[in-house]
Design a protein around this ligand. Structure first.
Ligand code: NI
Length: 196
């Protein structure tokens, strides 16, 4: 063996070893927050008019999403996916909180959330509050939201918004992001890993 080959050989083994490790499927399907962050606590009002505090959910996985009930497509699609997630989780769904925070408090009153969420599941939580209560929550989770006036629409305006689902583990640590369109099976996979 030429001297350069002998020098190269351990490196080659190392590269092959790393390549083998890299070919294993990643533990999580969603985007991992690295490093993970303590999920910023908040208290808002749920669809029954009761206060809902994030930190009180420890022991459960929290799926956190920001949207609005007049959303024509993205929000209903996400909530439809969540319904599938809950069904596929079976008994484990009791250890998951599905939390929908409005980006449209003007129209998404307690009553409106109370009408809307049960269309998907009686167990889903819808949260609203004053703009002053909501704004720090948007900031903590870097939620984009922008009213878009639509003269041609009976709705008057739409709201462009972040459509990511934030995944918080049972210790209250924000661990993952699930992008819009992630299949229910992938979210179930990730939730089950966090419940172990
Ligand atoms: Ni939406």
């Amino acid at each position: 063996m030429a001297r350069w080959t002998r020098r190269l050989y351990p490196w080659l083994l190392a590269v092959l070893f790393l390549a083998a490790c890299g070919s294993r499927p990643p533990a999580f399907k969603g985007t991992v927050l690295n490093p993970p962050k303590t999920a910023t606590d908040f208290t808002l009002t749920d669809q029954t008019g009761q206060p809902f505090t994030l930190n009180a959910q420890q022991g459960s996985v929290v799926l956190l999403y920001f949207g609005y009930t007049a959303c024509p497509d993205v929000c209903p699609t996400t909530l439809g996916t969540w319904k599938q997630v809950a069904e596929q989780l079976g008994a484990d769904a009791a250890r998951v909180r599905f939390v929908f925070v409005t980006v449209d408090p003007e129209r998404d009153t307690v009553e409106q959330l109370g009408r809307y969420l049960p269309l998907f599941s009686p167990d889903f939580v819808g949260l609203t509050g004053t703009p002053e209560a909501l704004e720090p929550v948007y900031q903590a989770y870097a939620v984009y939201h922008q009213k878009v006036l639509r003269a041609d629409s009976a709705l008057g305006y739409l709201v462009d918004h972040t459509a990511t689902t934030y995944v918080i583990d049972p210790t209250g640590t924000w661990r993952l992001l699930e992008s819009y369109g992630t299949p229910a099976e992938d979210i179930v996979h990730d939730v089950q890993l966090l419940l172990k």
